[in-house]
Design a protein around this ligand. Structure first.
Ligand code: PD2
Ligand code: ZN
Length: 276
């Protein structure tokens, strides 16, 4: 149970206009359990008049997997393996072929760089230990294989190709992880402004698994209590921004430490508007 002090801290800060997301982040940094933090914020929100609505249920308009068991995309049938309601997330099979996975890994090996994150204050790219991986980034339509994959992903995510950021490939060695974070740019952080100016908010992510780690490396949602095991060719799609721009703070997620072998993923993030 969260102490009375923390509960009044949550109430006071919501009344001051702080966003629910930022309060959850502060509590996580103070090592408060994610579920307790989310519960405290949700309960306080219900009691506060005029509080921001960004922790409300958020069904992104383009999320097409609420009840479907499979999706037919181009010439492929993608089976739904698992789904959670909140955040709106679905694990799909057969998004990439084994050959495409191998191709992306081989191409990325030629240009790996240490992975970076966006600094919340300045918006600049920074290296931090929360992301112990290395990555490669490819402009949209980098080559024919990537262009074909991007056409498939646009159909799957129901977002025009032009709204997608370039494909990012990440490699984690044993012990590598990506600590819990949001893929959207928190609007209250000054560092988000330059990113939001270019294509608007991110609305959804697709994490494609390019290999099978021996152990660990799950993609985890600590506030939802969910974990998805990486498996070659599968992809995890989750959405967190609806047509009104409301963000779903339950989409906090991370990459659990790789406990054996290595892990390769490719990520596609999509924006509200065309991204250049
Ligand atoms: O590697 C992952 O599972 C992972 C977890 C959280 C990747 C990302 N986020 C990402 O690419 O944003
Ligand atoms: Zn992420």
């Amino acid at each position: 149970m969260l102490s009375a002090d923390w509960n009044s801290w949550v109430r006071e800060n919501l009344e001051r206009g702080c966003t629910p997301d930022s309060l959850v982040q502060v509590m996580l940094a103070r090592r408060i359990d994610g579920k307790e933090a989310a519960l405290a914020v949700t309960q306080a929100l219900a009691a506060v008049d005029g509080a921001p609505t960004s922790t409300g249920p958020c069904w992104p308009d383009r999320f097409a997997f609420r009840s479907a068991n499979r999706a037919i995309v181009g010439d492929r049938t993608l089976r739904v393996i698992a789904r959670i309601e909140r955040p709106a997330a679905v694990l799909l099979e057969n998004v990439l072929s084994p050959q495409e996975c191998q191709y992306l890994i081989a191409l990325s090996k030629q240009q790996m760089r240490p992975s970076t994150v966006v600094s919340p204050d300045t918006g600049e790219i920074a290296m931090i230990e929360a992301r112990s991986s290395e990555g490669a980034w490819f402009v949209r339509g980098h080559d024919a294989t990537i262009a074909a994959i991007e056409t498939r992903l646009a159909e799957l995510m129901r977002v025009p190709v032009e709204h997608g950021e370039g494909l990012q490939v990440l490699h984690y060695r044993a012990g590598g992880e990506y600590r819990p974070h949001y893929d959207y740019f928190p609007p209250e952080q000054s560092g988000s402004a330059p990113h939001l100016a270019r294509g608007g908010q991110r609305t959804a992510s697709l994490i494609m698994y390019l290999n099978n780690p021996d152990a660990g490396g799950e993609t985890v949602f600590p506030l939802a209590g969910a974990a998805f095991v990486p498996r070659r060719g599968n992809a995890l799609y989750f959405a967190y921004c609806d047509g009104l721009g409301r963000l779903d703070s339950s989409s906090l997620h991370g990459g659990a430490p790789v406990a054996g072998g290595e892990k390769w993923i490719a990520t596609k993030w999509v924006r509200q508007q065309p991204y250049r």
